[in-house]
Design a protein around this ligand. Structure first.
Ligand code: SF4
Ligand code: F3S
Ligand code: FES
Length: 252
C-alpha cells in the first residue's frame, strides 16, 4: 500500500532530470597498444549538462585513466576542442540535449594532429604555425608617449579575428590540413589577419610574405569547414579571403 512518503519519493523520481546516456569514447594508450579502440560508458546525466560534465563523470567515477584537456570549462581557454558526434566542438560548450542523447554520443580527438593519449593531441605543429605568423604588434622607431590611438572604423576591420581562443577546431576540421599537416591552417591565418589589418602595426607586408608560401593561404580551397567549426563564430573563411585579396592588391 502506498504511503505519503513513498508517493513523495516516486513523485521526485518521476521529476528527476537524469537520463541514461552512452558515451562512446575513442581510447588510445601507446603504452598498451598501437591501436585505438572505442569504449562505451553508461552515464546518468542531466541533459542540460555538457559533454565535458560527462567526461568528468567518467574520469572521476568510472575510469581515472581517461585523458583529455580542459581548463576554464567556460569556452574561454580553447583547450577542450574534440570531435563530438563527428563534428569539432568545445566539450564545455556542448549541451547533451543538443546532440541527440538517445543515440551513443561519440567523442574522439580532433583530426590532423598526432594523438598522444585518448583525446589529447600534440598541439605543437598548430602552435608553431601560430608563432610563424608573428601574432604580436610590431612597431619600429615609433615609441608612443601615450596610448596608440585608432579610429573605431580601423578597429572594426579586425574585430572578428580578435575573438580567436586558439582551440584548433578550425585547423583540425580542414581537409587541406588533414592531407599533410604542412598547410599553415585557418587559425594561423586568422591570427595573422588580426595584425595585418591593424592600422597600428608595421609588419603587414612581412606577414603577407610568410603566408605567400607554398603552404600558405593559397592552399585554402574555400571549403568553409573552418567557419562551421569555429565555436567563437568567427568568419574564418572570410578572413582568409581578405588576406588573399591583400596579397594581390597589397592594400590592407
Ligand atoms: Fe578556434 Fe575559431 Fe580560433 Fe579557429 S578561429 S582556433 S576555431 S577560435
Ligand atoms: Fe580549409 Fe577553411 Fe580553407 S576548411 S580549405 S581553411 S575555407
Ligand atoms: Fe576552456 Fe572548454 S575548457 S574552452
Amino acid at each position: 500500500m502506498a504511503t505519503p512518503v513513498m508517493d513523495k519519493v516516486e513523485a521526485e523520481s518521476a521529476a528527476s532530470p537524469y537520463i541514461t546516456v552512452t558515451f562512446r569514447v575513442r581510447r588510445f594508450n601507446p603504452e598498451v597498444s598501437a591501436e585505438a579502440t572505442w569504449e562505451d560508458f553508461q552515464l546518468e546525466i542531466d541533459p542540460k549538462e555538457r559533454v565535458l560534465d560527462g567526461l568528468h563523470k567518467i574520469k572521476w567515477d568510472l575510469d581515472g585513466t581517461l585523458t583529455f584537456r580542459r581548463s576554464c570549462a567556460h569556452g574561454i581557454c580553447g583547450s577542450d576542442a574534440m570531435r563530438i558526434n563527428g563534428r569539432n566542438r568545445l566539450a564545455c560548450k556542448t549541451l547533451i540535449k543538443d546532440i541527440n542523447p538517445e543515440k551513443p554520443i561519440t567523442v574522439e580527438p580532433i583530426k590532423g594532429l598526432t594523438v598522444l593519449k585518448d583525446l589529447v593531441v600534440d598541439m605543437e605543429p598548430f602552435f608553431q604555425a601560430y608563432r610563424d605568423v608573428m601574432p604580436f604588434l610590431v612597431t619600429t622607431g615609433n615609441e608612443p608617449t601615450r596610448e596608440r590611438l585608432q579610429s573605431a572604423e580601423d578597429r572594426e576591420r579586425f574585430d572578428d579575428t580578435t575573438k580567436c581562443i586558439l582551440c584548433a577546431a578550425c585547423t583540425s576540421s580542414c581537409p587541406v590540413f588533414w592531407n599533410d599537416g604542412q598547410y599553415f591552417g585557418p587559425a594561423a591565418i586568422v591570427n595573422a589577419h588580426r595584425f595585418i589589418f591593424d592600422s597600428r602595426d608595421e609588419a603587414g607586408e612581412q606577414r603577407l610574405e610568410i603566408l605567400n608560401d607554398k603552404d600558405g593561404v593559397w592552399r585554402c580551397r574555400t571549403t568553409f569547414n573552418c567557419t562551421d567549426a569555429c565555436p567563437r563564430g568567427i568568419e574564418v573563411t572570410k578572413a582568409i579571403q581578405e588576406v588573399k585579396r591583400a596579397l594581390i592588391t597589397r592594400r590592407f
